[in-house]
Design a protein around this ligand. Structure first.
Ligand SMILES: NC(=O)c1ccc[n+]([C@@H]2O[C@H](COP(=O)([O-])OP(=O)(O)OC[C@H]3O[C@@H](n4cnc5c(N)ncnc54)[C@H](OP(=O)(O)O)[C@@H]3O)[C@@H](O)[C@H]2O)c1
Length: 320
C-alpha cells in the first residue's frame, strides 16, 4: 500500500511517499481502506521532532516513521473477535499511521454519519475532540455563558465555536480578517478581527475563555475574565525550542497561580463516547466541518507546508 513516512525529523521535505506492507488485522481489529485523513499540529510536531517529543518518540530519528492520526474510510475486513462492524461499513476515527491506504484499528472507530463526506469526517477527530473536551470538561461550559474563543477559525477553533453554540453559550470569536466569514458561518455571535482590535482591552468580561491561539500574556487575558471564570489553554503559536509551545503554557500557569479564575491546560484524549457525541452533533448539523483544501496522499508534504504557513480556514485534508 502507499503511505507517508519520515525517517528523520525536519520540515515537510523529510516526508516520503513509499510502498509499505498492507496491515493484516488481528482478531480484535478492523481493517479500514482509508479514504481521507487530516493535518493537525500533532503531526506537525511529530514531523519536526521537538526535543521534548523525542524523549519518547526517538532521540535522533523517529522510532515509528508513520504519520497521521485522523481517518475516515470503509471497512475492508473484520477480525474474528469483532461483531460490531461489517465489510462495507463507512467509519471514522483515530489511529497512528493514517497517512496510508489502510489502517488496522482496534479502539477508536465510529460509524460515519451519512450526511457528511469522507473528507469532512476525517477533519473531525483530533480537532473537534479537543474543542469538546476543552469547553465541556475543563471550561465547564453552561448555557447562557459568555464564551470567548481566541483562534476561532482554524481546525480546533471553528469546531469550538459550533460546539459552544450547541451548549447554548453566547460566543465571541477572535480571528484574522481573512477568516471572519468562517467564524460567522460557525455561528459566532460576535467576531473580533485581531488586527483591528485587541480583545483584552474591551470592557466585556467572559465566563470562559478557550485559548487556542495563545497570543497574549496572563496579565492581558485576566482583564477580560470574570473572577470565577474558567480559562482553558489549548495551544500556542507554532514554535520550536526545547519544549515548543509548552513554554507559553508554563508562563501562563506560573503567572496565574494565585488567580481566582480556574486555569487549565489539557491534552485531548480519544474515547468512543465523545466520538459518538460528535457523530450525533454531525448528524443533527450542530457541527459542520469546514475543509479549506484537500491534497492527494502523494502531496502530503505540500499539505503540511500549507498547514505550517498558518491562517487555514477550518481544516486541510489528505485523500487516498
Ligand atoms: N491541547 C490539545 O490537546 C490540542 C489538540 C489539538 C491542537 N492543539 C493546539 O491548538 C492550536 C491550534 O490548533 P489548530 O489545529 O486549530 O491550528 P490552526 O488551524 O492553525 O489554527 C490556529 C488559530 O489561531 C489563530 N491565530 C493566529 N494568530 C492569531 C492571533 N494573533 N490572535 C488570535 N488568533 C490567532 C488562527 O486564526 P487566523 O487563521 O484567522 O489567523 C487560527 O484560528 C495549536 O497550538 C495546537 O498545537 C492542542
Amino acid at each position: 500500500m502507499k503511505a507517508i513516512i519520515h525517517r528523520k525529523y525536519g520540515l515537510p521535505e523529510v516526508l516520503e511517499f513509499v510502498e509499505l506492507e498492507k496491515p493484516i488485522p488481528q482478531d480484535d481489529e478492523v481493517l479500514i481502506k482509508v479514504r481521507a485523513s487530516s493535518i493537525n499540529a500533532m503531526e506537525w510536531y511529530g514531523m519536526i521532532g521537538l526535543p521534548i517529543g523525542r524523549l519518547g518518540g526517538g532521540l535522533t530519528k523517529p522510532k515509528d516513521p508513520r504519520l497521521g492520526v485522523d481517518y475516515s474510510g470503509i471497512v475492508e475486513a473484520v477480525g474474528e473477535a469483532r461483531s460490531d462492524f461489517k465489510v462495507g461499513d463507512e467509519v471514522f476515527g483515530a489511529r497512528n499511521g493514517a497517512y496510508a491506504e489502510y489502517v488496522a484499528v482496534k479502539k477508536i472507530i465510529i460509524p460515519k454519519p451519512k450526511n457528511i463526506s469522507f473528507e469532512e469526517a476525517a477533519s473531525v477527530p483530533i480537532a473537534a475532540l479537543t474543542a469538546l473536551q476543552g469547553l465541556r470538561d475543563f471550561g465547564k461550559i453552561q448555557a447562557g455563558q459568555k464564551v470567548l474563543i481566541n483562534g476561532a477559525s482554524g481546525g480546533v477553533g471553528h469546531f469550538a465555536v459550533q460546539i459552544a453554540k450547541a451548549f447554548g453559550a453566547e460566543v465571541t470569536a477572535v480571528c484574522s480578517s481573512r477568516n471572519i466569514e468562517i467564524a460567522r458561518a460557525s455561528g459566532a455571535d460576535y467576531v473580533i478581527d485581531y488586527a483591528e482590535e485587541n480583545f483584552t482591552l474591551v470592557a466585556k468580561k467572559y465566563d470562559l475563555l478557550l485559548d487556542v491561539a495563545g497570543t497574549h500574556s496572563w496579565k492581558e487575558y485576566k482583564r477580560v475574565l470574570k473572577p470565577d471564570a474558567h480559562f482553558v489553554i489549548v495551544g500556542a503559536p507554532k514554535s520550536a525550542g526545547l519544549i515548543g509551545p509548552l513554554s507559553h503554557v508554563i508562563k501562563v500557569k506560573f503567572a496565574s497561580w494565585r488567580a481566582s479564575q480556574k486555569v487549565d491546560f489539557f491534552i485531548a484524549k480519544f474515547n468512543n463516547e465523545d466520538m459518538n457525541l460528535l457523530a450525533e452533533f454531525l448528524e443533527t448539523e450542530k457541527l459542520k466541518p469546514f475543509v479549506e483544501e484537500t491534497y492527494p496522499l502523494s502531496q502530503t508534504a505540500e499539505a503540511m507546508r500549507r498547514f505550517g504557513q498558518g491562517h487555514v480556514r477550518g481544516k486541510i485534508v489528505v485523500t487516498m
